[in-house]
Design a protein around this ligand. Structure first.
Ligand SMILES: Nc1ncnc2c1ncn2[C@@H]1O[C@H](COP(=O)(O)OP(=O)(O)OP(=O)(O)O)[C@@H](O)[C@H]1O
Ligand SMILES: [Mg+2]
Length: 643
């Protein structure tokens, strides 16, 4: 029996109607957005199944979410499914120059190839996880999307907006791709669909109370529903009609996943913790080498995790994949920075042993692992592989990817221990690829300053040519506060406690903004004075930067120091704004603040999407919510706000 598929009738209908248009010669692009686990890939799979039944040739390109694939990877995968002999690399080598014009020619070649193939058999092309695509792949997608109308090609792209901020250029490219088509934003499943999913997973019709609890806790995120159900299937019995007594779903999907891992044997958990460093996809012999275990023993262990639904066997022998990227991420985030680095180092060494001449997929992986392990002693390798991968990307006319890799090499060189001439050489190579790369994809020009102002119970928002009045919600208040502090990381607790209904959310420096720290009727706890709070927050901001820098320079000690201080400060700040209590309590208050801010901002974005779609798209690509929240517009596209 295949995996169950529930709900999503409306979206499926829209996609299939689009497919009909494409088959009639009027090409279509759909971009499926939504948080991780919401069901973008699954919807695209279900669509693919139906399209294939209707005689359409469905081809997929997947971007790698962990580890770095070579430039144009999703395209190479997809094109090879139409014709295994279509060699993008050979075609790019045949072009005379290495400049933007030749890239244009290369894109034309791809477009003509697709047009010709589509004329023989209709094509539906799915590119999954565009947030992880290299920028050059997005450029090619944009190019094709523009010419779709006449080509009769149907395209689906999926992306997770929370991740689509790898670089400002990346998120703007994605926005440009989206503008060429229809954006479908996936929300959680409704109660009926959750009930159907539960029934499918357990084999029993769940009592309404279980459905209600599950739907509320997971907001209909099917991955969350699945994981929570699995947890309860192993720990209790979801089928008992009285199960609702004491039935609680852990807060946050990662929490559920962590608990599922806790139930595994130490040996299996350790093997999976190593596998997650290799990447979402891993090979059993490579894993055996890094683990120092017999491959047979590992196969047994992995068999257990296949049964637990954590990994699945891929089509090629000995290859496994984490069933969902969130499983891999949860394990990865659980490792200490120094442990991670050591494992990247061991993976890089083992991979080197496997490398064959001209194996380009491995080159990207090697560059990735050596970079992550640069501080563990072999900075030279990190530079050398980054440069080789950069050169390769350049030969493929993937200038943006090439520039990214040269920048990485320069970062490592900048840490010292290298000859100055090395940096000079790299800088000149970087300048040369940068001159061909797309520099500043522009957003739709905005006319005058944009507006996000609260008057009485309504917010007036204006963006470009759009204008709307929205009823006040806390989420809009959080957004206003983020807009007032572009480029800054604000702690979720800080947002939660500074934005009351009725405030407009001013910039942090504004006199009076500090007064907002005192909140809520239930917060009569001891308050820090405004100066102390401002100092705490400044320090938190600095530490956040420190942490990011330490992570990008692979400096575990510095990162651990920063994390520790941040935790301590967060707790003090929490105590200071009246949350008080013991450490654990403060930490969980911070977690609750994160969940609550995320939820309310999500609701606000939903409203904004309906009223002013361009503003919705802008905010989705620039606002990040989490423990720290921020608004980071592209510095090259001035976006002014009247707040
Ligand atoms: N409509 C659905 N019916 C049944 N199961 C679903 C449905 N949508 C998603 N699922 C299941 O939920 C899990 C997560 O879905 P999926 O992998 O499609 O999420 P995603 O949005 O692609 O996440 P990511 O952004 O992390 O790739 C999968 O196991 C999938 O099979
Ligand atoms: Mg997916």
């Amino acid at each position: 029996m295949g995996k169950p598929f529930v709900g999503r009738e409306r979206e499926l209908d829209q996609l299939l109607a689009g497919l009909d248009d494409a088959r009639a010669g009027d090409g279509r692009l759909f971009v499926l957005g939504g948080e991780s686990g919401i069901g973008k890939t699954r919807l695209a799979e279900e669509f693919s199944r139906i399209a294939a039944e209707r005689g359409v040739s469905v081809i997929w390109g997947r971007c790698w979410e962990a580890g770095k694939a070579p430039a144009y990877w999703p395209w190479k995968q997809a094109l090879a499914q139409i014709d295994a002999d279509f060699d993008l690399e050979a075609k790019s080598h045949r072009l005379e120059d290495r400049n933007e014009e030749s890239r244009f020619q290369l894109f034309e070649i791809v477009a003509n190839f697709l047009r010709k193939s589509a004329a023989e058999q209709p094509i539906a092309l799915v590119l999954d996880d565009l947030h992880a695509a290299d920028e050059s792949s997005l450029l090619l997608m944009h190019f094709l999307a523009r010419g779709l109308a006449s080509a009769g090609i149907f395209m689906i792209g999926t992306y997770n907006p929370d991740e689509a901020r790898v670089t400002p250029t990346h998120s703007h490219l994605l926005a440009r791709v989206t503008q060429e088509g229809t954006r479908l934003f996936l929300e959680g499943l409704d109660k009926d669909a959750v009930a159907a999913l539960l029934e499918n997973l357990t084999g029993y019709k769940p009592p309404q109370s279980v459905v209600d609890t599950m739907h509320e806790a997971t907001e209909g995120n099917p991955f969350y529903v699945q994981e929570a159900t699995r947890l309860y299937m192993t720990k209790g019995d979801l089928r008992r009609p009285d199960y609702s007594v004491g039935f609680r779903v852990p807060e946050g999907v990662k929490d559920v996943v962590t608990r599922r891992f806790d139930a595994l044997s130490d040996e299996l958990r350790e093997a999976l913790s190593i596998a997650c460093v290799i990447g979402r996809h891993f090979d059993v012999s490579l894993l055996a080498e890094v683990c120092g275990k017999e491959a047979d023993r590992l196969r047994d262990l992995l068999g257990q995790s296949v049964r637990a639904g954590i990994v699945e066997e891929a089509s090629s022998l000995g290859n496994y994949t984490f069933t969902h990227v969130l499983l891999r991420e949860t394990l990865y985030e659980d490792l200490t920075p120094s442990h991670r680095m050591r494992l990247h180092h061991e993976t890089a060494q083992a991979l080197e042993g496997l490398q064959r001449e001209g194996d380009e997929a491995l080159l990207g992986e090697l560059a990735h692992h050596w970079f992550k392990a640069a501080q563990a002693g072999d900075a030279y390798k990190a530079v050398s592989y980054a440069v080789r991968a950069a050169e390769r990307a350049r030969s493929l006319l993937a200038f943006e990817e090439s520039a990214r890799l040269y920048r990485r090499a320069l970062k490592v060189v900048g840490q010292g221990g290298f000859d100055r001439s090395m940096a000079v050489g790299l800088e000149s190579a970087l300048a040369s690829v940068e001159s061909e790369a797309v520099s500043s994809p522009s957003e739709p020009a905005s006319i005058g300053p944009n507006v996000f102002v609260k008057e009485a119970d309504f917010w007036t928002v204006e963006f470009g040519r759009e204008r709307a009045h929205l009823r006040n919600t806390k989420g809009l208040g959080y957004l206003a506060r983020l807009l007032a502090n572009p480029g800054r990381e604000l702690h979720a607790l800080d947002l939660l406690h500074t934005v009351r209904e009725g405030t407009t959310g001013g910039a942090m420096e504004q006199p009076g903004a500090e007064d907002e720290l005192r909140i809520g009727p239930d917060d009569a706890g001891p308050l820090l004075d405004a100066t102390a709070k401002a100092a705490y927050r400044r320090r938190l901001r600095d530490l956040q930067e420190e942490l990011e820098e330490a992570e990008s320079f692979n400096d575990p000690e510095r990162a651990t120091r920063a994390t520790k201080e941040m935790d301590a400060l967060t707790q003090q700040l929490a105590a200071g704004i009246g949350l008080g209590g013991r450490d654990r309590k403060a930490a969980s208050q911070a977690e609750r603040a994160r969940v609550s801010v995320q939820k309310t901002v999500k609701e606000a974005l939903r409203k904004i999407d309906e009223a002013t779609p361009a503003l919705g798209a802008h905010l989705r690509s620039t606002v990040r919510t989490g423990t720290f929240c921020s608004y980071t517009p592209d510095p090259r596209v001035p976006t002014e706000w009247k707040l």
